[in-house]
Design a protein around this ligand. Structure first.
Ligand code: OAD
Length: 253
């Protein structure tokens, strides 16, 4: 059972922002970053994998790791949480998905115009000239954990190709960040799903939304830094809670 006030807030909202992190893809089999045991940053050293200097130091290590992650995503399917967000969008005037995830599971579930704050595994570019690189359509074999793989070369300048994700120490893509900030200030409800709310500036968005008068709803099985800001904290897995929540809004309406 959901708080009737929560359902009223959602039913009356004309613009909902859905802000997602790794937890929304966890039930598709994509590992999160900070969960105990299974989190990527518990098993791998971010400083050796997720910065421009790490890439300069060992391109094959970095490229192989990101290819391993891309293969996982290619084999994964959207889960009930991704699908419930699409169903919710059909019930409100305006819904914007803002994600920190570098997978394409929101799009494959049917979400449009997704704002990708941390880039995409599927949009690599040249490290030298920044022009985009197109992967072949074949699904390559999944490299084993940590397998080294030489990055391909740019067809334009012969530079090395890098993953299209935002690394530590890099700026967020400007257009995506601006759009996210506008949405955070304009939305009436922001639903934060599956993020530890520890990485800035992304973690600022729910706070900005609250400061601008939006109601903030959080869906997460664990306590996070956002607990104190959120008006409604729903404890549990996104793939369990979201479909029930969307159904409850629909049936109450
Ligand atoms: P984290 O791994 O920090 O947090 C994932 C959150 O998802 C945790 O709070 C979990 O409790 C929660 N969670 C786990 N399973 C869930 C489920 N089934 N349903 C709902 N929630 C669940 O991931 P992010 O917050 O996304 O950045 O991390 C933010 C950024 O840190 C990432 O985008 C990445 C990383 O470094 C870059 O790579 C730039």
């Amino acid at each position: 059972m959901f708080d009737p006030e929560l359902l009223t807030v959602l039913r009356n909202a004309r613009h909902i922002a859905v802000f997602t992190g790794a937890g929304v893809s966890a039930e598709s089999g994509i590992p999160t970053f900070r969960d105990a045991q299974t989190g990527l940053w518990k098993q791998f050293d971010a400083t050796k994998l997720a910065s421009p200097s790490a890439y300069r130091t060992d391109k094959a290590l970095v490229w192989g790791w990101y290819e391993w992650r891309r293969m996982k995503v290619l084999k994964a399917e959207p889960n009930p949480a991704h699908l419930a967000i699409v169903a919710l969008a059909e019930q409100v005037e305006n819904l914007t998905v803002i994600t920190q995830n570098v997978d394409d599971l929101h799009e494959r579930a049917g979400s449009f115009g997704v704002v990708h704050l941390h880039g995409s595994l599927h949009k690599p570019r040249c490290f030298a000239c920044a022009r985009p690189y197109t992967f072949s359509s074949e699904i390559p074999e999944e490299p084993e954990d940590g397998r080294r793989l030489e990055p391909p070369r740019c067809v334009h300048c012969d530079g090395r190709i890098r993953p299209g994700v935002v690394w530590f120490g890099e700026q967020l893509p400007e257009a995506d960040w601006q759009r996210a900030e506008i949405v955070a200030h304009q939305c009436e409800v922001l639903i934060s799903i599956g993020t530890s709310s520890m990485v800035w500036p992304a973690a600022q968005l729910p706070k900005d939304a609250a400061d601008s008068g939006a109601k903030v709803i959080q869906i997460n099985p664990d306590a996070t830094a956002l607990d104190k800001v959120a008006h409604f904290n729903l404890r549990g897995k996104a793939g369990d809670i979201l479909p029930r929540l969307v159904e409850a809004i629909r049936t109450v309406g």
